[in-house]
Design a protein around this ligand. Structure first.
Ligand code: GAP
Length: 632
């Protein structure tokens, strides 16, 4: 499995993930399968917590977002409409010798001497053949001409780079192998030339062989639906959850009593046949997404209703307002999403807001902000600062997706907005003309971009603009699209810390503490009796555990010394441990609760080394509420 061997911190994290049951290689007993990962007991809890918090924040606590749970396999037309069949591809180049492929945009620059051959031939000289005959390699009664007829040649060129300091013979060896594989038994190389090469991205990083042409490689995983495996039955495992939201937009609108602006959220699996899965779970072939499509009226509709559009300023723009156009909605969702990451324990200084440059934007996107997390494997800038890798993209996608599904399905995807119609009728003629024209221009631009012939495009755009003046429009969309697995990896990297302290016997040790935010921590509380062989301690601890597990993920442990049990929970990232000890029955010896019975100690894992192990005493009757307040 390709793992970041050169990154010691990542190595420690990957090893902890396996040792403590956060993440395992899929199918490990068979050697694993590249790009697929399983979540163990702690990882499964962590993942569940993250998805539930996202759902709570994005759906349950909002009036303007509803949920969807769609199938992974959808009608293949969905992926034609979305553009995935034609354009969801990485460009690849292949080494003609080893057949290994690399992403065309990820070839590392190399320097050295390039050896080029214009071809090769076997037995190129009659002399060689006669010598062979003389030595009895060719039977006497065989005509030499017949032997020479059987000789083979190739005019396929071959070029290989030999890096400085490497033996030049390696070039000839590679070339001989290349031509042998093309059926030339003992190739004599033809037309060798040498040239110096500096920082070229034309050669395979491992073999040094000049790469073949760049070819698209579609990332969608295919299957067949039904018993016959032919082209008609091809279906795709969804490469994103978003398209189901667009395809079901009208159903959700009609059944949820929502009105634009509103959003549809979905969490679920997505599949991409990534060319180079890498950096642990960061780029996987099967992963989960948490996506929101937030539908908003086009700016012309907002302007018709509100007179003018509010402009985005710095920071969070506050509660949504009727005069918001797409830029301010976009800014709103960027800020909301950053707040979410902060609320689950990723500090703002570990995140980067990257505004894509105009040349980086997808053709339908008006703006996209990527929220990056500074992973240990992220590249560094000139100052040595980690630059970050994408956790989530927040794109303003215009009305592209609904327009595409309308064209491909032939079903109307627009909405009728009574408020727009009423507002329109009150506009003066000049404003009507201006807004009509803007709506028309935007529709015409979209239609011509997707290849609709100009006369047809003009006719359709006019129809759309006329419809708009009667209150009909295609909603635009803001799409915050996050990866669950990347977020889990970010939380694990962010929580990982090592503490040097001493064990129960005073011997120095170095141990891992996972400092998860209590909201995401897989186990919220560990419950222990101080000693395993004291029935009253055990019974009380078990009673507390039985109560707490009804409300949160709790873990009971009575094995080993108490210090070892605390250390085990530190490594799992458990923020609190409750211990039943003798003072629970005999009364507290000192402090504010002196003399009080039925109390327990609560031990903090803490967010700093100093906080680690801090303890306080509270009444058993308060434990549940005390914990609930801190884990929500
Ligand atoms: N609907 C838009 C969309 O899918 P994307 O940027 O391709 O946009 C969104 O994917 C998010 O999904 C990414 O920000 C990332 O968190 C996650 N993601 C994409 N490809 C992934 C992969 N191969 N492995 C893990 N997560 C991935």
């Amino acid at each position: 499995m390709a793992e970041p061997k050169e990154n010691p911190l990542m190595e420690k994290i990957v090893s902890l993930c396996k040792r403590r049951g956060f993440i395992y290689q899929s199918s490990e007993i068979y050697g694993g399968i590249n790009g697929f990962w399983d979540y163990g007991p702690l990882g499964a809890e962590l993942k569940r917590n993250v998805k539930e918090l996202w759902w709570r924040e994005m759906v349950r606590l909002r009036d303007d977002v509803v949920g969807l749970e769609a199938t992974i396999i959808m009608h293949p037309q969905v992926w034609r409409a979305s553009g995935h069949v034609d354009t969801f591809a990485d460009f690849m180049r292949e080494c003609p010798l080893t057949k290994k492929r690399v992403r065309a945009d990820q070839v590392e620059p190399q320097s050295g001497i390039a050896y080029s051959y214009s071809g090769a031939a076997s037995n190129p000289a009659r002399a060689v053949a006669e010598l062979a005959q003389e030595r009895g390699h060719i039977r006497e009664n065989m005509d030499l001409e017949d032997v020479l007829k059987g000789s083979s040649s190739s005019s396929e060129p071959f070029c290989v780079l030999v890096q400085k300091g490497k033996p030049p013979e390696s070039a000839r060896k590679a070339a001989i192998q290349f031509y042998k594989e093309r059926g030339i038994p003992e190739p004599a190389l033809l037309g060798e030339t040498k040239s110096a090469v500096e920082n070229s991205v034309d050669f395979h990083p491992e073999s040094g062989v000049q790469l073949g042409p760049s070819r698209p490689f579609n990332l969608m995983l295919q299957t067949w639906v039904g018993p016959i495996q032919n082209d008609e039955n091809v279906a795709y495992l969804r490469p994103e959850t978003a398209q189901a939201i667009f395809a079901q937009f009208k159903n959700v609108l009609e059944t949820s009593r929502q009105k634009v602006p509103f959003g549809i959220a979905q969490v679920g699996k997505a599949f991409r046949n990534e060319v180079t899965p890498r950096n642990f779970t960061f780029r996987s072939r099967e992963f989960e997404q948490m996506e929101l499509e937030f539908f908003i009226p086009p700016d012309e509709a907002v302007e018709a209703m509100s007179g003018s559009l509010a402009q985005p300023g710095n920071g969070h723009p506050g509660e949504p307002q009727a005069n918001w156009g797409w830029p301010i909605w976009h800014k709103y969702w960027v800020e909301e999403r950053v707040r979410f990451y902060e609320s689950i324990g990723l500090p703002r200084n570990t995140l980067v807001e990257y505004w894509q440059k105009p040349e980086e934007l997808a053709h339908y996107a008006r703006a996209t902000v990527d929220i990056l997390y500074k992973f240990p494997f992220s590249k560094r800038d000139e100052k040595g600062e980690l630059m970050g890798e994408e956790l989530e993209g927040i794109a303003a996608r215009s009305d592209f997706d609904l327009s595409q599904h309308e064209r491909f399905s032939g079903k109307a995807m627009g909405v009728f907005d009574e408020e727009v119609r009423t507002a329109w009728n009150k506009l003066d003629e000049g404003k009507k003309k201006e807004l009509w024209q803007r709506y028309y221009d935007a529709r015409l631009k979209y239609l011509t971009k997707v290849g609709v012939a100009i006369e047809r495009a003009e006719r359709d755009a006019k129809e759309d603009a006329d419809g708009f003046s009667k209150g009909q429009y295609l909603p635009h969309v803001i799409e915050p699209s996050a990866g669950v697995d990347r977020l889990i990896l970010a939380l694990i990297c962010n929580s990982f810390s090592e503490l040097n302290d001493t064990d129960d016997k005073g011997a120095p040790r170095s141990r891992v503490i996972m400092r998860f935010h209590p909201r995401v921590a897989p186990i919220k509380v560990g419950v222990f009796p101080l000693l395993k062989n004291k029935p009253e301690l055990v019974a009380q601890a078990k009673a507390i555990f039985a109560e707490l597990r009804q409300h949160m993920m709790a873990f009971y442990d009575d094995t080993g010394a108490i210090g070892r049990r605390y250390a085990r929970q530190d490594e799992a990232g458990t923020p609190f441990c409750v211990t039943v000890d003798f003072e629970t029955f005999e009364g507290v010896k000192e402090g504010p609760l002196a003399g009080q019975k039925d109390t327990v100690t609560i031990r903090y894992r803490g967010n700093t080394d100093e906080e680690n192990g801090r303890q306080e005493r509270i009444a058993i009757s308060q434990v549940r509420e005390w914990l609930l307040e801190r884990i929500r």
